[in-house]
Design a protein around this ligand. Structure first.
Ligand code: ATP
Length: 458
């Protein structure tokens, strides 16, 4: 299958089956925004729950946080975002359309990592690079990606602030609060899941580059001398989680960012890239940020964002390892990883091979025929029992049984349960497995333990 074709199929399945819709669709859509429908919400929740369990709840050295999206403008001056969170912008001189200069140059085959604005201008001039509409381009300039907003009724400069472009700063500004409340010892971390906003010049590639998206971030505070081993440890933890949720690890690549391309304060950064149909691009990042952020906030806020060293009794500024994950890019990479097409007995079928922990619907329950009251009644009993135990269980009596299986395959439901006439005699139902399409009879009495075992191992 051609890569672009695969992307089209994913986008259309996501809309048709209620995973992901274009934002503000009935008004023509709002660029860079997507809305998650019932199944998308469920998938996203499974991803976030799994992340939270592994990285926060199941550990004794992690603290959870939910900071405000709106923060004092001072935060963004201290962190460097107000001045430095910029992308190179270039305009088509005829249409006025704006593009990311680095993307245009990349598409034209130039290596742009680490290039300055004037170097990009030089490449454009020397090679007569044109816009996608084949028009001349203007000068490359920097464009701040933070979305500005106004707060309160008074119009003055103090009322201007930004929607956060990352969740990380919410963690740094709460460092002291967590330390004061819990007196943690190094190493320890603070984890947060939340929305972030970036005024991307050209949002594109479905939910890959959005203007509103969600991040799952950890700031892990360590003794400076141990940063290197902690970095390795977090790299392995990240890889383990990617595998756990069912990403195709053949499509995940670790890319060491070279010194010249790293932020000046970072001694090491790894990008985890994924083979998307539109190219190999960033999925997650892992950065050693030294004491850059805490030191900047100490300087600007005049607060002691430090910890007392238990042996020397001196105040030290911990160093930070930052594993960062995009929720939406996870959704996309996961959909691409589990999308399967196959031919069975001359018929083609599409299914999503989610691990059960990620599947938006765990089990679908149907009566063989929906116009037979005794079948429906029995199926309703089975449905209620399973729903109580497993939560995300769907009632599906639309169309014939073949159509139901196809629909459930397309949304990745691991098991379908069908109540038929034999059930009324022997109290057994048919359970059909999504991946193998094999069916077996299971007694209603044993259904809960049957599924509990299945879900434990998958
Ligand atoms: P890119 O180079 O692709 O713009 P980035 O290096 O700016 O990404 P980070 O600042 O490291 O990204 O953000 C952390 C994570 O947040 C990324 O690894 C990605 O998963 C997610 N992310 C960043 N920007 C976007 C966006 N515009 N839309 C969706 N997810 C995003």
């Amino acid at each position: 299958m051609k890569e672009q074709e695969l992307m089209q199929k994913i986008v259309s399945l996501a809309k048709r089956r209620g995973f992901i819709f274009q934002g503000s669709e009935i008004y023509g859509g709002l660029a860079g925004t997507y809305d998650y429908g019932p199944l998308g919400v469920s998938l996203k929740k499974n991803i976030k729950d799994s992340w939270w369990r592994k990285f926060v709840e199941n550990r004794t050295d992690m603290y959870g946080l939910d900071a405000s999206i709106l923060m004092s403008g001072m935060v963004w001056h201290a962190s460097g975002h107000a001045d430095g969170f910029v992308d190179p912008l270039v305009e088509d001189l005829v249409t006025g359309k704006r593009y990311r200069a680095d993307h245009l140059l990349e598409d034209a085959g130039f290596e742009i990592l680490g290039k300055t604005i004037s170097e990009m201008n030089q490449i454009i001039q020397e090679n007569n690079i044109l816009s996608p509409e084949k028009n001349p381009l203007g000068e490359v300039r920097t464009f701040n990606m933070m979305l500005q907003t106004k707060m309160g009724a008074v119009e003055d400069s103090a009322s201007h602030t930004f929607l956060r472009p990352e969740t990380a700063q919410g963690i740094f500004v709460n460092f002291k609060n967590v330390v004061d409340s819990f007196s943690p010892k190094l190493p320890f971390g603070i984890g947060q899941i939340g929305k972030a906003f970036r005024n991307e010049i050209t949002p594109r590639d479905f939910i890959f580059r959005l203007r509103e998206f969600e991040q799952m971030e950890i700031e892990y505070f360590v003794y400076p001398e141990y940063w290197s081993q902690e970095f390795e440890y977090w790299k392995d933890e990240m890889l383990e989680w990617m595998q756990e949720i069912g990403l195709d690890m053949n499509h995940v690549h670790e890319v060491e960012i070279s010194e010249e391309d790293r932020a000046h304060y970072s001694k090491r950064t790894i990008d985890f890239e994924f083979d998307y149909p539109f190219g190999r691009k960033e999925l997650y990042g892992l950065a050693y940020r030294g004491d850059y952020d805490l030191s900047k906030h100490i300087e600007k806020s005049k607060q002691r964002l430090q910890i007392l060293h238990p042996e020397t009794n001196e105040w030290i500024t911990p160093h930070v390892i930052e594993p960062t994950f995009g929720v939406d890019r996870t959704v996309l990479a996961l959909l691409l990883s589990v999308y399967q097409e196959e031919e069975i007995d001359g018929e083609s079928r599409v299914y999503l091979s989610f691990p059960s922990s990620m599947a938006p619907v765990k089990i679908a329950v149907s009566p063989l025929l929906r116009n037979k009251p005794d079948l429906v009644e029995r199926a309703q009993e089975v449905f209620a029992k399973l729903k109580q135990e497993f939560g995300n269980v769907m009632w599906d009596d639309n169309g014939n049984i073949g159509k139901r299986y196809r629909r459930q395959d397309e949304i990745g439901t691991p098991y379908c349960v069908v109540v038929d006439f034999d059930t009324l005699e022997n109290n057994e139902v048919t359970v059909r497995d999504r991946n193998t399409t094999k069916q077996e009879r299971v007694s209603i009495q044993k259904l809960n333990t049957y599924f509990a075992e299945k879900f434990e191992t998958k």
